[in-house]
Design a binder for this molecule. Sequence first.
Ligand SMILES: Cc1cc2nc3c(=O)[nH]c(=O)nc-3n(C[C@H](O)[C@H](O)[C@H](O)COP(=O)(O)OP(=O)(O)OC[C@H]3O[C@@H](n4cnc5c(N)ncnc54)[C@H](O)[C@@H]3O)c2cc1C
Length: 397
Amino acid sequence: MSPSAERASVSRLADRAGARWQEHAPVSFGETSVAATWTPSDADEVAHALAASAELGAAVLPRGAGTQADCGNLPERADCFLSSAALETIDALDASEGVCHAGAGTPLARLQAAAVEAGWELPLEDAGRGSSLGGVLATARLTPRAQGFGRVRNVVLGLEIAHANGTVTRCGGRVVKNVTGYDLAKLYLGSLGSLGVLCGAWLRLRPKPQRVVRLESDPGTETASRAVDWARRASVRACAVREGATKAGAAIELAGDAASVAADRDALIAEGLQEAEDVDLFAHPAADGHLEFQLSFLPTRWPALAAHLRDLSVGYCAWPGLGVLSVQFDADAERAFALAGEAAAIAEGRWRCETPSLAGERDVFGATDAESALGRALKAQFDPAGVLNPGRMAGRL
Ligand SMILES: Cc1cc2nc3c(=O)[nH]c(=O)nc-3n(C[C@H](O)[C@H](O)[C@H](O)COP(=O)(O)OP(=O)(O)OC[C@H]3O[C@@H](n4cnc5c(N)ncnc54)[C@H](O)[C@@H]3O)c2cc1C
């Protein structure tokens, strides 16, 4: 689209949004820059915004708190953000059933606090980032406590979604087993807002643990190999092992019934770990300008992968209980992608680049042609006009 046509479509979008439109300083995603936000007040207004965008040939970037606004591939084009900020509601929190329903714009921290107050725990992680519920579901990232909490898809019972054709649909609901036919909710989780805008969700809570204990190990060269066994203990809810060029350390969180936490705590202390007030389950040796990758690995391939990364002298943070690690390469993009491919081959896993702004033209997911073909067919059904986050998903869909 030419710059003048682009400006025309933005001003026509602004007319449709009325008071729900706000202009602001531009936010850049590579070549694309976005200088306005449309903030609909409910799911029907979100659907209306999408239908208007489709009609005007515009593209939107769904946005929660914006903490991971550049995850996935950089968008190919965008005329405005579509914010979930006004969808901030906790509509139901049933302390007897352990389920809740909230709007997508609800800060995760607010929902976590409400669950705790009702005697439950929300098994989703924010780690003080300020994420929105919708953003956490749309990214569906593995986070350290997923070892104990389970995957995002196990937490979501139902969703309300606004679609690019202007409709609102629901899938699943408040009861655990109510899916007939395709379990569509799973399709939207991790779709990075490329198939629809999440407006609300039913979530399954879990009982609060009786006891939580955190432990850490002193840096030592044995840590990386021993952490795999530590991570297998029954009450481990998160285990992170970090290795730099010169040191390694592990951080572990135990949670659950008091007796099994006490047993695991004692066993790990006997192995040389110490109790710690607070442990850092995520921090890894981050450096500006380095390309960061997330690698998945088979547990049996861990020793070979750890040795390979040590030979390369690159720092990493691994979650051995989940079979995932973050690693950064100080190399140009071509070399860094090649190194990620080699490491993934050793790991018998997959890679994904986490720094889209440094990836150039490359697909940060490394999707195969067959995967891209299926994804393209889905995108064509859900978003034929390319309104939602165009270019963002695997295969640049
Ligand atoms: C310890 C920890 C580490 C993490 N590490 C990473 C990491 O390395 N990389 C990473 O990507 N995530 C990571 N996450 C997850 C990430 O923090 C959250 O997923 C993120 O904060 C999302 O919340 P947000 O509201 O800021 O979303 P945003 O940043 O606003 O949006 C993120 C994505 O979701 C889409 N989106 C937002 N809201 C909606 C909606 N209502 N409907 C449809 N799509 C929507 C956006 O278009 C965008 O593609 C981590 C989380 C934790 C707790």
